[in-house]
Design a protein around this ligand. Structure first.
Ligand SMILES: *[C@@H]1O[C@H](CO)[C@@H](O)[C@H](O)[C@H]1NC(C)=O
Ligand SMILES: *[C@@H]1O[C@H](CO)[C@@H](O)[C@H](O)[C@H]1NC(C)=O
Ligand SMILES: *[C@@H]1O[C@H](CO)[C@@H](O)[C@H](O)[C@H]1NC(C)=O
Ligand SMILES: *[C@@H]1O[C@H](CO)[C@@H](O)[C@H](O)[C@H]1NC(C)=O
Ligand SMILES: *[C@@H]1O[C@H](CO)[C@@H](O)[C@H](O)[C@H]1NC(C)=O
Ligand SMILES: *[C@@H]1O[C@H](CO)[C@@H](O)[C@H](O)[C@H]1NC(C)=O
Length: 489
């Protein structure tokens, strides 16, 4: 072929490719923008500071939301007011119109099924890098419990049989674990089989996040398509209503576009930030004490007064209406034979026993919370230790995290750029709300001191003060008289 002709052909191809890219990008930009505008328009509540009839706890996985559910909300709301568990979308059941509490890993799009104007949304966010670590560790921890079985076939069959027998919700039913755990389970069995085939294996490094003989290394996990689908930027996508578990038909196209063209992420962030702004409460996993206290004062106190209101419209505590699964804990109702399981279920049952005490103050609530959370943590930690023993020497500890290379950390940060920005924004909201709550408290206290309290003190101490002044006067007089008599002498 003529060189000039070749050049021409090349140019034509380049133009075509370029054109295809431009039109695909243009299409994506239109899709994302139009989604963003509709979402920003859809206002949820006028007064975001007042608790509505329905409290929706948007539970981002691995943020510690479970302790709020067990140790606050279950103590406040009777079971009859809990919406049927919707940790899995097949289970979502809008047929309980009077329910008042919904806690789920569903994304924001579930609000399309809720009475928007009467719904208050709360959530907790966590440092994105720590959240990725925790997701990785939990996926492996839960999957490792299956290693009691001789092989993968036997493990999956046993689980299927048990699940058909009981109604309780298992971690395996819940998004995102229903994808992450089976994936890791298969992976762990494959690695164990390979170890058995190959016999000796040497452990050179002590980096628990990179021991490929025993578990998928962290750097491999974060680059897998499944992690890209459901782990990275997970908080932003969940708050925006764009997870791959979304109720919204167009969510999937929007998500794919944003994953393909990073620049479109700014529209998703805009929507997510606005949503956070309109929430009744935003907590932070890192500021645990302050977050819990604020939750008790901002959410807990309002729930208490709402449920205690004399003309409250709920026909309270209709026990027959109790949902059969509302007692079970999504993360601890695993149907395997593990010794630590009993510990977890003991905690759960003793906690839900106190669930319906309505006459509680925010302060008492905080007290109950502290006890509950320490039990829950003990149970979680013994479960984790028992489970990780099965893939020993791998052991996910705080110290081990410090040995992960900066390169991997940097990769996690870059894969979670939207979450990093959203987290910064959440911190700002948190600080503002924290200051406002503190101000409200000190103002109240100051009012009490300057009015009632100080008046009481004044009248109580007036007679004492008069007596004291009188005594001093007498003393002065005596001294004076003695001085005079001395002079005269
Ligand atoms: C898996 O384990 C079960 C129970 O020990 C055994 O019956 C079955 O043959 C095993 N399957 C394979 C593929 O090894
Ligand atoms: C969600 O992501 C998981 C993991 O990649 C995948 O297996 C599943 O098919 C996805 N679901 C949808 C609805 O895209
Ligand atoms: C409760 O009663 C007050 C005053 O009677 C009324 O303003 C308020 O709307 C009532 N609330 C409900 C939920 O019925
Ligand atoms: C579970 O444990 C019980 C006793 O603790 C035992 O009888 C039963 O066979 C175990 N089941 C499996 C599947 O290992
Ligand atoms: C893992 O580390 C924890 C705390 O550092 C320790 O209590 C536990 O026994 C360790 N587990 C294994 C299997 O080494
Ligand atoms: C202020 O006093 C009122 C009653 O006079 C009381 O209900 C309230 O709890 C007090 N507030 C604080 C912060 O002590």
């Amino acid at each position: 072929m003529d060189p000039a002709l070749k050049l021409c052909a090349l140019l034509v191809i380049l133009l075509l490719v370029n054109d295809a890219f431009a039109s695909d990008f243009g299409h994506c930009e239109r899709v994302v923008k139009s989604w963003a505008y509709t979402s920003l328009d859809n206002e949820i509540r006028e007064d975001k500071h007042t608790l509505g009839d329905l409290l929706f706890f948007l539970h981002v996985p691995r943020t510690g939301g479970r302790t709020y559910f067990h140790c606050f909300l279950k103590k406040l709301y009777p079971n009859s007011l809990e919406c049927p568990r919707s940790y899995d979308k097949l289970r979502f059941d809008p047929s309980k119109p009077k329910c008042r509490l919904l806690v789920t890993h569903d994304d924001y799009s579930v609000t399309s099924k809720l009475p928007k104007a009467r719904t208050s949304v709360v959530t907790i966010l966590r440092d994105p890098v720590d959240r990725v670590f925790s997701t990785y560790e939990f996926s492996i921890e839960v999957a490792a419990r299956f290693l009691v079985h001789p092989n993968l076939t036997s493990a999956t069959q046993m689980t299927l049989r048990l699940r058909s027998k009981t109604k309780a919700v298992s971690t395996l039913d819940i998004w995102p674990w229903k994808y992450l755990v089976p994936w890791m389970r298969q992976d762990l069995f494959e690695r164990r089989d390979a170890r058995r085939r190959n016999g000796q294996h040497t452990i050179e490094k002590n980096d628990y996040y990179d021991m490929e003989d025993f578990a998928m290394p962290l750097h491999e996990y974060i680059n897998h398509p499944a992690a890209r689908d459901i782990v990275h930027n997970g908080a932003t996508f969940q708050v925006a209503g764009l997870t791959n578990n979304s109720y919204m038909a167009e969510a999937h196209e929007v998500r794919h576009c944003v994953q393909k063209y990073k620049i479109l992420g700014k529209y998703v962030l805009q929507v997510a930030k606005k949503r956070l702004n309109n929430m009744l409460y935003v907590g932070l996993t890192e500021e645990h004490r302050e977050s819990a206290t604020m939750f008790a004062n901002v959410v807990g106190a309002q729930v208490i007064s709402q449920l205690n209101a004399p003309n409250t419209s709920l026909e309270l505590v209709d026990k027959t209406e109790q949902s059969s699964v509302s007692d079970s804990d999504p993360d601890s109702s695993e149907h395997q034979n593990s010794t630590s399981e009993t510990v977890a279920s003991e905690v759960t049952s003793s906690d839900s026993g106190e669930a319906t005490k309505l006459k509680m103050s925010a302060k008492e609530l905080m007290g109950a919370y502290e006890g509950c959370i320490s039990n829950l943590r003990k149970a979680q930690s013994s479960r984790r230790i028992a489970s990780l023993k099965r893939i020993s020497p791998v052991n996910f500890t705080k110290e081990a995290r410090l040995r992960v290379s900066e390169e991997v950390l940097q990769e996690i940060r870059s894969l979670n750029d939207l979450d990093l920005e959203l987290y910064e924004y959440a911190r700002a909201i948190f600080d503002k709300q924290h200051k406002a709550t503190m101000r409200a408290f000190t103002e109240q206290r100051w009012d009490n001191i300057s009015s009632t309290a100080s008046e009481i003190t004044f009248w109580k101490f007036l007679p004492l003060a008069i007596t004291f002044a009188f005594l001093i006067l007498v003393l002065l007089l005596i001294v004076n008289v003695r001085r005079r008599t001395l002079k005269i002498k």
